[in-house]
Write a protein that binds this ligand. Structure first.
Ligand code: HGY
Ligand code: MN
Ligand code: MN
Length: 411
């Protein structure tokens, strides 16, 4: 019976398109930044699809939404899911694909009347992207017990808004304690968001590892002055420091090589005027490495560099860590179940690979056996409206997910 189960790609694509249309920008960007009205609209839409499937829907105190499909017996559900929030320049697939493929898997099981032993759950977690409120993977981190819900609710965004208020405003301040539903296992289907599968011409990967992530927000305070009259030797230029930091982060990652990556993705200058030496700069630094020791070394080198820069430029520099998650090795049994599912669908061997991006799965791995399935991203593009995955790959990934969920729910 399981062999013949097949998702309907047109339905899945239809829902991806419909969800992607929420607050879509003229350049095609999906803009469902966490806890905004657009996020609320996306959440409402997915929740309505959960209702249509007869799922029992729970919303916990940090706004995670979990839809449960009963099994023949009670007990811990096999869970899948991802996130429905996006970065401000998001694509159609990041996060949404994993959630909607989970719903499509449930739809197929409903249609064939197959009731699994264990219950099944499809979840979307709050604020996976972390672009407005840090850290990223916040909802799943709270769910896994890595951050208290009170601390998460008290988080402030740059614009001064408080997460608790935003969650209430959008109607997702749930009552269920976070993590009350403990999964038997968690499998997350996601686009790779990098170039490996596309370049290799492969359709699938089982993700066995996810690299460590470190985010920090650096605030440089110098002295504003006239751009024309201030001699170079008398400057305390926050704008110059921001540029130096971006150049150092690039040079550090290049020098360290291997898996080390470093990004300065955001620089805000004040007063940000052509003829005024910047008084203040706020710079974000994203460092990642598959090796936690090397990642700590990269953080240390940044710390030393910032202290030297403050001294030589005569500015104050303060750094606040805004996200930190160690690397994660996923569960071999779940990985092998994914590989068996792929084999049943004709892929005798699929690559095992590391995820460069962060995912909710890295948090769920703290509380239950977890692994991920990747499908290719054309040209490795993501966090960009050009993000694209071929329908044939969307279908393969969703079918492997379906097979994996059924096997885990009946083991
Ligand atoms: O930053 C990440 O890797 C994820 O997209 N939040
Ligand atoms: Mn994602
Ligand atoms: Mn993302």
């Amino acid at each position: 019976m399981e062999q013949t189960l097949a998702i309907k790609i047109e339905r899945l694509q239809g829902q991806l398109t419909e969800l992607g249309a929420v607050n879509r920008a003229p350049d095609g960007s999906c803009r469902r930044v966490a806890l905004t009205d657009a996020d609320a609209m996306g959440r409402d839409l997915v929740r309505s699809w959960m209702r249509d499937l007869g799922l029992t829907i729970h919303i916990d105190r940090i706004g995670n939404v979990i839809g449960i499909r009963g099994g023949q017996s009670e007990g811990r559900p096999v869970m899948t899911g991802s996130h429905v929030d996006t970065v401000a320049t998001g694509g159609l697939y990041d996060g949404a694909y994993g959630v909607l493929a989970g719903l499509e898997a449930i739809r197929v099981l409903n249609e064939v009347g197959l009731k699994t032993q264990r219950p099944l759950a499809v979840a979307f977690f709050t604020n996976e992207e972390g672009v407005r409120f840090q850290p990223d993977m916040m909802g799943s981190l709270v769910y896994a017990g890595g951050l208290s819900v009170e601390e998460a609710l008290a988080t402030k965004a740059e614009d001064g808004s408080v997460l608790r208020d935003e969650l209430s405003r959008i109607g997702y301040a749930g009552t269920m304690p976070c993590g009350e539903i403990q999964p038997h296992a968690y499998v997350e289907l996601h686009i790779e968001q990098g170039p490996v599968l596309h370049t290799a011409g492969e359709a699938l990967a089982a993700v066995d590892f996810l690299q460590g992530i470190s985010w920090q927000k650096v605030t440089i305070t110098g002295v504003s002055n006239h751009a024309g009259t201030t001699p170079m030797r008398l400057r305390h230029d926050a704008g110059y420091c921001a540029g130096q930091i971006a150049a150092f982060v690039r040079a550090l990652a290049t020098r360290m090589g291997g898996a080390q990556v470093g990004t300065v993705g955001s620089i805000q200058l004040q007063p940000n005027l052509v003829n005024v030496i910047a008084r203040k700069a706020i710079v974000t630094i994203d460092l990642r490495n598959t090796n936690d020791g090397l990642l700590a070394e990269a953080e240390r080198e940044v710390r030393v560099f910032l202290a030297d820069l403050a001294r030589t430029e005569g500015v104050t520099i303060e750094s606040v860590r805004t996200a930190q998650s160690p690397s994660v090795a996923f569960d071999v049994h779940i990985i092998e179940t994914i590989e068996r599912s792929a084999k049943r669908l004709g892929y005798k061997s699929i690559r095992r690979m590391t995820s460069g991006a962060g995912h909710d799965a890295q948090m769920l791995a703290r509380i239950c056996p977890t692994a991920m399935i990747f499908v290719p991203s054309v040209d490795g593009v993501s966090h960009n409206p050009r993000e694209f995955t071929e329908p044939v790959h969307l279908a393969i990934g969703a079918n492997v997910l379906l097979q994996t969920l059924v096997e885990l729910a009946n083991e």
